[in-house]
Design a protein around this ligand. Structure first.
Ligand code: GCB
Length: 610
């Protein structure tokens, strides 16, 4: 399963500018469980707006080296020690006012003081670089990665063995440009923050180490898949234990270094939003020990219902982008800021959050585990400008999905993987997404698969003055939960007062949810409810839409668009948008709009019914 998928993607090509992933990209799971040193803080940077160094490299501008001009070298047109500084993690758009709209390559430099360590493997781990990254150590290219939101890593043990102890030059090229074959493509409704946007780590693991632990419930048993790496990974003995349950479970790996252990969990508390109980799962080998705090829960569908731990559940959700509260948004969202966003969703009455439209940081699902929030996790296969007929783009989408699933598949909070948002119906699109779905099912059969389907669903006809919108996207065949984005009352001709004329139907015998609806409103702007951009209009639209949600058969939940206003360069209205998408229920600083309270009332009622 997992290995096959990885190799397939790895075969997708590693040439410059190609979707590239090496098997090491997917090596190490459970980053927080590891000994590691942050390489965050001050880095130097050089802007290359014409991409001269990339396209026409010469020694005068070989930024990946730390060259210093001497009589021997002749002219060198850069000098790292005198270049400008920037803080990592971060995005250059907010770090430097003059880079607000810069989209292109930036080279980053810092020193790395380390050396070979007897008996250890040393791994550079990048949580995210937007969009394409190239990494050099001491002037030698060691990794490339494409995709702005998923982690990648490179094992530098052998390099350090050769170079020895001391100060090493680490250079990262981050190129934020998108093109016709990237994911996302050229048009998306959020700001394209460039940079080393999440933390960089030097991780040290024993030479024989536990590479990955995948835990999920199978009935009353916890199923734990373990993968070891290193020379003695095969036929090795290991122990697994779970806090709160008795005993240690011994196992032996196969020739490939893999083992599966089953632990009976009768009597242990099931994880849910009401009781987000976590247990420590410890895996121990002769040379390594790895602990993860995990929740025990099942998620499945039955007919048109979603069942959490065997019981039907209504998903009281909200969508959110990864942008912290504050007068200016940034791409980097600290753990404390992520907690504040999730806490605001809980104040709204949510038990579910849709993490739109790309993988959010590693700590988000861990916080949700702890706080008791179910999550929808997604990759940025977004809108129509994705090259659904391109093998390169497909390889890239598969790689991203694999990196996300491998990172988060032991998180109880994540209940759904979403493979796409609002994609156009076509045979190529459907085949493309079915391929991604097949990967996900083999990497993680324990979760639901969904996609936010387009609002341009077939109109099934008009009956007694009532319009029926039926979800009939053929992709629905492959999904567990059929989700739709619809903007009745905002885009299109209907006013909020006419939303009740629409009924939504789902042609699949499957659960259905509203993954988006909403309206733009400027915080503090009040007026008659018929007036667009007022809080009153937005609140009215919520009131009317929630009535329809209530009467939609087989509707298992909603995730309206969205918690907080977010930055978007394609929202130009000078008075009301000012380059923000204003569909938030709260303003950038956290001021709650009227619609917040409408949805909060609805969720209080729904929680009471449960
Ligand atoms: C959508 C997209 C979302 C946009 C939203 C809007 O359907 O999924 O990313 O921001 O509409 O505001 O138009």
């Amino acid at each position: 399963g997992a290995i096959a998928a990885v190799q397939l993607v790895a075969a997708g090509g590693v040439a410059f500018g190609q979707a590239s992933v090496s098997p090491t990209t997917l090596g190490l799971g459970n980053l927080p469980g590891r000994e590691r040193r942050a390489l965050d803080g001050t880095w130097r940077y050089i802007l290359d707006p014409f991409d001269v160094a990339g396209r026409k490299p010469t020694g005068r501008r070989s930024f990946w080296q730390n060259r210093i001009e001497t009589d021997d070298t002749g002219l060198i047109e850069y000098e790292w020690s005198s270049s400008d500084e920037m803080t990592v993690p971060g995005d250059w758009n907010t770090a430097e006012p003059e880079l607000h709209y810069y989209d292109g390559p930036v080279y980053f430099y810092r020193t790395l003081e380390t050396g070979p360590q007897q008996g250890l493997r040393q791994i550079l781990y990048f949580e995210a670089v937007n969009y394409a990254a190239t990494i050099w150590l001491n002037g030698v290219e060691i990794a490339r990665h494409e995709g702005g939101f998923t982690p990648f890593q490179v094992d530098i043990t052998d390099i350090l063995q050769r170079t020895g102890s001391g100060v090493h030059d680490l250079v990262v090229r981050a190129d934020s440009r998108h093109g016709p074959e990237t994911v996302p493509g050229l048009d998306f409704d959020w700001k394209n923050w460039g940079g080393i946007t999440r933390s960089v780590w030097l991780v040290e693991v024993p030479a024989n180490y536990i590479r990955d632990v995948y835990a999920r419930l199978d009935g009353d048993e916890l199923l734990v898949d373990i993968a070891l790496d290193g020379q003695s990974a095969g036929n090795a003995s290991l122990d697994v234990s779970l806090s709160g349950s008795n005993g240690t479970h011994a196992a032996q790996t196969d020739a490939e270094g893999r083992a599966t252990v089953r632990i009976a969990i009768a009597g242990l508390t099931r994880w849910s939003p009401d009781a987000p109980q976590l247990y420590d799962l410890t895996v121990e080998t002769q040379s390594d020990r790895l602990i993860d705090a995990i929740g025990l829960r099942t998620i499945e569908t039955r007919g048109r219902e979603v069942l959490l731990n065997g019981e039907p559940i209504f998903l009281r959700g909200i969508s959110m982008h990864e942008e912290a509260f504050g007068p200016e948004a940034t791409r980097e969202v600290s753990q404390a800021e992520a907690r504040a966003l999730l806490a605001e969703a809980q104040s709204l009455g949510c038990n579910f959050v849709r993490l739109a439209h790309y993988p959010h940081a590693d700590h988000v699902a861990r916080l949700a585990d702890e706080m008791g929030i179910m999550l929808w996790a997604e990759i940025p296969v977004y809108w129509e400008e994705i090259a659904y007929d391109s093998p390169r783009t497909l390889a890239l989408a598969r790689q991203m999905m694999t990196e996300l699933v491998m990172r988060d598949r032991s998180r109880a909070s994540v209940v759904m993987w979403s493979v796409a948002n609002e994609t156009p119906q076509s045979e190529e699109r459907t085949r493309f997404l079915e391929t991604v779905i097949a990967d996900v099912r083999s990497l993680d059969p324990s979760r639901l698969i969904t996609a936010a389907l387009n609002k341009n669903v077939d109109v099934g006809g008009v009956r007694d003055g009532e319009s029926i919108i039926e979800v009939r996207d053929p992709l629905g065949e492959s999904l567990d939960v059929v989700a739709i984005n619809q903007y009745e009352g905002w885009y299109g001709n209907r006013t909020p007062g006419e939303i009740s004329q629409v009924s939504f139907r789902n042609s699949y015998e499957k659960p259905m949810m509203f993954s988006e609806f909403g309206a733009g409103a400027l915080y503090g702007h009040r007026g008659p409810r018929e007036e667009r951009w007022t809080e009153d209009y937005q609140a009215w639209l919520y009131e009317e839409t929630l009535k329809v949600v209530e009467t939609t058969p087989g509707c298992v939940g909603l995730a309206p668009w969205l918690l907080k206003d977010f930055r978007s360069p394609r929202r130009w209205h000078g008075r009301f948008q000012d380059l923000w998408n204003r569909k938030g229920l709260v303003s950038p600083e956290g001021g709650r709009k009227q619609a917040f309270f409408v949805l909060q009332d609805f969720y209080r009622r729904k929680a009471g019914e449960a």
